[in-house]
Design a protein around this ligand. Structure first.
Ligand SMILES: NC(=O)c1ccc[n+]([C@@H]2O[C@H](COP(=O)([O-])OP(=O)(O)OC[C@H]3O[C@@H](n4cnc5c(N)ncnc54)[C@H](OP(=O)(O)O)[C@@H]3O)[C@@H](O)[C@H]2O)c1
Length: 373
């Protein structure tokens, strides 16, 4: 142990010991908090850094991953925390341009449980993390650690969906389903930054008030008092002079998708982002196959001349890494200009990780939620 490392206190980390049949089963039965020894720097490479994690997003994907129902299945035992922001504690001998104490965001495509290589085990739900220097991004001064830990996943997704896949133009009307969630709220802000008009949906009026404050032009509540979905096509048609919207951003799925298909103009782009309302489309415990996948009616797609586009932000980046610098540059410019900012409405201590993950699964909060290890 070096003198420098001897000063680092013992840390703690969250571990998913085995995949569950469902996320709630995994959170209740397989989630543990354990002691984390500081990373041994004599074992670290010359192009690596050791970080003290200050905040990590508690994402829907972190929750779904615990049961292997997300397309990228982690190998347990693993530490969740796709996204993180923190401070540099140690730099390898070939690391240039970074100083100890620098505040950084870690690129979740290159490190953490959503990455593909050697850094998968260093999730953000921990005191310490290790990342390759290529994964470091300076934390914008305008963002807190909580906001910085959640800015990339949500806004890179929104950019990929609305700009790359959706080709949204100023003046078009975008219907954002599930707008009070993480990706939905980012989509509202990006659509506004692009000059579009936004109709935002959600189940709770109080959450939608926040979405409106953040830029949505109109909000539509989609739930009835008993929690079931209400028909919302008439609201959307009324807001669009009877025509329907040009673009749908759908991160909700299920019956909301079927209703949204009735809210569109001829030739609309229908952007498939996710299916938060039907999280159990795939088999649990990481078994392959998706026996409960959502199905869209081809008659409506054909007769309305719809353009249905799948929009996976991370898979697309793995297939074409050149997509990333452009979208990241634009996001950081918008952040600097104050046009977009993550809305973090709750944060949890490490001891309360299970409650934080359950809260995410149950959509208790608006926008982003973080863990502060
Ligand atoms: N394409 C990509 O690259 C990409 C990237 C990240 C995430 N995703 C996917 O996008 C989806 C949303 O992710 P997220 O991070 O935004 O999750 P999130 O923060 O949990 O937000 C999802 C929202 O969906 C709504 N919702 C949840 N269950 C619902 C139900 N039964 N009926 C109606 N509305 C419901 C909730 O809104 P209210 O309760 O406020 O109504 C919730 O806030 C997930 O499927 C995720 O896997 C895709």
């Amino acid at each position: 142990m070096t003198e420098q490392q001897a000063k680092w206190p013992e840390g703690r980390r969250v571990v998913v010991e085995a995949l569950g049949e469902t996320p709630l089963e995994a959170i209740d039965q397989n989630l543990k908090i354990e002691v984390q020894a500081p990373p041994r720097i004599e074992e670290r490479g010359p192009r690596e850094v050791v970080l003290r994690v200050r905040a990590s997003g508690i994402n829907w994907v972190d929750v779904i991953m615990t049961s292997g129902q997300y397309q990228h299945v982690p190998a347990p035992p693993y530490t969740p925390g796709l996204e993180m922001a923190g401070e540099i504690l140690w730099c390898g001998s070939e690391v240039e341009g970074w100083e100890l104490g620098d505040a950084v965001i870690v690129d979740g495509i290159l490190a953490g449980p959503r990455s593909l290589g050697d850094y998968r085990r260093w999730g953000g739900f921990a005191t310490y993390a290790v990342a390759p220097v290529e994964a470091l991004i300076p934390k914008p001064k305008a963002l807190s650690f909580d906001a910085a830990a959640t800015v990339l996943g949500a806004f890179e997704t929104a950019y990929h969906v609305l700009v790359v896949r959706g080709q949204v133009q100023a003046g078009e009307t975008v219907l954002v389903l599930g707008a009070s969630g993480t990706t939905g709220m980012a989509a509202v802000q990006v659509a506004k930054a692009l000059g579009a008009r936004v109709i935002a949906t959600g189940r709770r009026a109080d959450k939608l008030e926040r979405v409106k404050e953040l830029g949505a032009d109109h909000v539509v509540v989609t739930a009835q008092e008993d929690g079931s979905m209400r028909r919302f096509r008439d609201d959307v048609k009324a807001l669009t002079g009877g025509r329907g919207v040009e673009v749908v951003h759908d991160g909700v799925g299920g019956e909301h998708s079927l209703e949204a298909l009735r809210c569109v103009d001829f030739g609309a782009r229908y952007l498939v982002v996710g299916w938060a309302a039907t999280p159990l489309v795939a088999r649990g415990k990481g078994k392959r196959g998706a026996p409960n996948a959502n199905v869209l009616p081809t008659n409506l797609i054909m007769m309305k001349g719809l353009d249905v586009r799948g929009c996976p932000a991370v898979i697309s980046a793995h297939r074409d890494p050149s997509l990333v610098p452009t979208r990241r540059r634009q996001i950081m410019e918008w952040v600097e200009a104050g046009k977009i900012a993550p809305h973090v409405s709750a944060h949890y201590d490490l001891d309360d990780v299970a409650d934080g993950m359950r809260a995410k699964f149950e959509s208790r909060h608006v926008g982003m939620v973080t863990l502060r290890p």
